[in-house]
Write a protein that binds this ligand. Structure first.
Ligand code: SAH
Length: 393
């Protein structure tokens, strides 16, 4: 049996870990183990009680990420990881109907008790992002497990943005049989083409699946504006649900091209127009009361905690424009995917915008991320996507 090095917590700093929050912050550490970046270590209290097993990251603010709370000596071997991945897969079988949806999140980091990894499925392709050294070190086992489950094509994708938790040494590449792009997928029966090599994130914003379905239920006969449209997820649902017209706006020309390809697949391009434009500038020019429904789904304005104030102003301005422009009796679907802006703060920001617009606004639904992005109850940070469906008088 392997011997794991121990990270000893300061006296009184074990509370959050006893409560199964998976992060050990540097300030809570009494004794660092002599372990390498990414090595699997044990987390113990000041009284040498074993709490669990974690990936070590000596140079990160989060010194260790626990993937297993367990007071017993166990061996973290290949079978352990294969089991974890199979558990994640089996959970998805509960709610993903493969006749309707073949793109979904298979592994959602802390939400699957597996910090440092995201894995998204697009038909027979899995796209993986390894966010810490710990998961990078076991990557071969992860690829093998995914192969055993039945995924032939595996693409490893480097995370491009600043949320990168630690420096990892990867180059985006196929790590199992390559597949020609784009791959055709369906989500709630709606078809999309995804390019996992060149697309944003892992290729598609699969976390909006349920919210797109909800938009569809309101779209028949309506004029819909989809802002920050990326590859047109919301737009195609609205078109297929019988919208009178749909306009998509994104500042990226590449995104608009993807959007148009997906609209083309639906056969409803005659009801669609797209605009390469800054959303704020576009909204300012919109004729008031033209759109029945406006979707506001911007990128994360707050990528870190220090950015929250600026981000709040951004969300407020955006929602204010939405409230000023939407038709009386119309709907706004508004979202934030910033981890650092929680549900309550987001609601307060939207409240502020509504008050400034001096219109009656009602919350019809509170929206979140779907089941394949589970939220570990001890790790509220995992609840990153929040939204409101609003009716504006
Ligand atoms: N709603 C999309 C995902 C949005 S991702 C979906 O369901 O798939 C955010 C998008 O906003 C990106 O495509 C990015 O190009 C675009 N974007 C970012 N800032 C923008 C701005 N100021 N104006 C217009 N588009 C912007």
């Amino acid at each position: 049996m392997s011997e794991y090095k121990k990270l000893i917590l300061k006296s009184g700093r074990e509370r959050s870990l006893v409560n199964r929050h998976p992060w050990v912050f540097s300030g809570a550490v009494k004794d660092l183990p002599k372990a390498k970046n990414g090595e699997i270590i044990q987390i113990v209290t000041n009284h040498n009680e074993l709490l669990g097993y974690a990936f070590f990251a000596p140079n990160s603010q989060i010194t260790a990420r626990v993937f297993e709370f367990n007071p017993n000596e166990i061996e973290i071997n290949e079978a352990y990881w294969i089991d974890k991945i199979k558990n994640a897969f089996n959970l998805r079988k509960l709610f993903i109907n493969p006749m309707q949806t073949n793109c979904y999140r298979l592994i959602h980091a802390e939400g699957d008790f597996f910090p440092g990894i995201i894995a998204d499925v697009y038909a027979d392709v899995v796209v993986i992002q390894l966010l810490i050294k710990g998961t990078e070190l076991i990557s071969e086992i992860i690829f093998k497990a995914l192969n055993e489950i039945g995924f032939k094509h595996i693409y490893l994708k480097t995370k491009q943005n600043t949320q990168l938790l630690e420096q990892v040494e990867q180059v985006s590449r196929w790590v199992a049989e390559p597949k020609e792009m784009p791959v055709l997928v369906f989500e709630n029966g709606v078809k999309f083409q995804i390019n996992v090599e060149t697309g944003q994130k892992t290729g598609f914003f699969i976390d909006q699946r349920e919210n797109r379905r909800i938009l569809a239920t309101y779209s028949k006969g309506k004029k819909v504006l989809n802002t920050f449209s990326y590859s047109g997820g919301f737009s195609v649902y609205a078109l297929e649900a019988g919208a009178e017209l749909v306009h998509s706006v994104d500042s990226s020309k590449d995104a608009i091209e993807l959007c148009e390809q997906n609209v083309e697949l639906s056969g409803l391009a005659n009801k669609h127009k797209s605009y390469v434009s800054d959303v704020f500038e576009f909204l300012k020019e919109v004729e008031p009361s033209f759109y029945d429904i406006i979707v506001l789904d911007p990128p994360a304005f707050a990528k870190h905690a220090r950015a929250v104030d600026n981000a709040a102003r951004g969300y407020k301005n955006l929602n204010l424009l939405g409230f000023q422009k939407v038709k009386p009796g119309g709907l706004i679907f508004t979202y934030s995917c910033s981890q650092h802006i929680d549900k309550d703060l987001f609601r307060k920001i939207v409240f502020g915008a509504a008050a400034d617009a001096r219109r009656n606004v009602r919350i019809l639904q509170q929206l979140s991320q779907p089941e394949d992005h589970p939220i570990n109850i001890y790790h509220p940070e995992g609840e990153y996507l929040k939204g409101l469906l609003l009716q504006v008088d």
